[in-house]
Design a protein around this ligand. Structure first.
Ligand code: ACO
Length: 319
């Protein structure tokens, strides 16, 4: 049996760290409001000259180093992003070029905060079908550029960053099961409505969100998809060593852990320091858990995420 085995992970956060108190100096908010409702204390914000592909390539280089893999060995590059450098070409082709390689398929996946679940599942299908031997799967976003910094209901929630994973075909276990879903009926709950047409941008180029509706939908669907992927692998929640969730809001994370009957001791939490980095959030949390020694080889990891669309999914992995 061929698995997609995680050889190595890497991540990158822009240098500038912005705390809740920094934001409170600029808009009508407070550290108390943000941290009690979301668990967020700080976020990193990309420098003016940094693009999504720059963040992605840094994370990729660190993942390749951790994997002991040369860029030339990579046979597939997928970048999950909602904020590519430009309308086209894809961020993935830019990453490929910056890594000094060419020829292998490279493309972006757009599933907003669920992007990394979609990208990982797609790469797994390539590997298990023999279409790729080693894949670079990246989640990277610069949400700070699609936020209205005068809208306190959204701008306090997000940050910038990138995370990456090198997958290899292996007889050693890796991805055990994946489940993806989408329901386009909920378009209006979370979107950036802007459209680029005829040389003009029509509609707002900033994130619009119905926070309470997103909260309820996220808790319901993340719990359901977590159950589904665990059952698909014939596992039980007790066999999960770590939940590595999308880091949007600590209360959403707690609700999913509670639903599975798992304590917060078994959850990798980075939302306090990273805020919501969209497609980057799960691989950033994964890399953080691995590098700080919490996640160890052989352990079972449940990754899960949800984002605009809605699109959501979960992946069960033996690391
Ligand atoms: N600082 C201070 N006050 C604020 C702020 C702020 N940053 N933002 C809103 N408020 C005020 C509102 O104006 C409102 O004031 P009012 O009662 O005088 O009208 C009050 O706080 C309550 O606002 P609500 O929106 O009802 O606050 P709620 O308790 O629902 O929390 C939040 C808002 C944190 C956005 C919550 O709904 C949430 O976390 N939703 C999930 C959204 C999410 O995670 N989105 C990420 C993208 S999707 C994803 O990744 C899953």
């Amino acid at each position: 049996m061929i698995y997609s085995h995680i050889l190595g992970t890497g991540s990158y956060l822009p240098a500038q760290r912005v705390t809740n108190n920094d934001l409170a100096e600029r808009i009508d908010t407070s550290d108390e409001w943000i941290s009690t409702r979301t668990g967020i204390k700080a976020r990193h914000i990309a420098a003016e000259n940094e693009k999504t592909s720059d963040l992605a390539v840094e994370a990729a280089r660190r993942a390749l180093a951790a994997a002991g893999t040369d860029a030339e060995e990579i046979g597939l590059i997928i970048v999950a992003t909602t904020t590519p450098d430009m309308q086209f070409p894809s961020a993935a082709t830019m990453v490929q070029h910056k890594l000094g390689i060419n020829g292998c398929p490279a493309f972006d996946i757009q599933a907003v905060c669920a992007g990394f679940m979609y990208a990982l599942t797609t790469a797994d299908a390539y590997i298990r079908s023999g279409m790729a031997n080693k894949a670079l799967v990246i989640g990277a976003d610069i949400f700070s550029r699609i936020l209205d910094w005068n809208d306190r209901s959204t701008c306090v929630l997000f940050g910038d960053g990138a995370g990456a994973v090198v997958l290899s075909a292996s007889e050693q276990p890796g991805i055990l099961a994946s489940r993806l879903h989408a329901d386009g009926a909920h378009l209006d709950l979370l979107k950036v409505p802007a459209q680029m047409e005829n040389g003009r941008i029509s509609g707002s180029p900033f994130v619009k969100m119905d926070g309470q509706a997103v909260f309820k939908f996220a808790v319901k669907q993340l719990s359901a998809v977590a159950d589904e992927v665990i059952q698909a692998a014939s596992y039980t929640p007790e066999q999960v060593d770590w939940i590595v969730p999308h880091q949007a809001n600590r209360r959403i994370i707690e609700a999913t852990a509670k639903h599975l009957g798992l304590s917060m001791e078994k959850v990798i939490v980075t939302v306090d320091e990273h805020a919501n980095t969209s497609a980057a959030s799960i691989p950033l949390a994964l890399d953080s858990g691995i590098r700080n020694g919490k996640i160890r080889r052989g352990q079972t990891l449940l990754l899960e995420g949800i984002g605009g669309g809605f699109a959501w999914g979960a992946v069960l992995i033996q690391y």
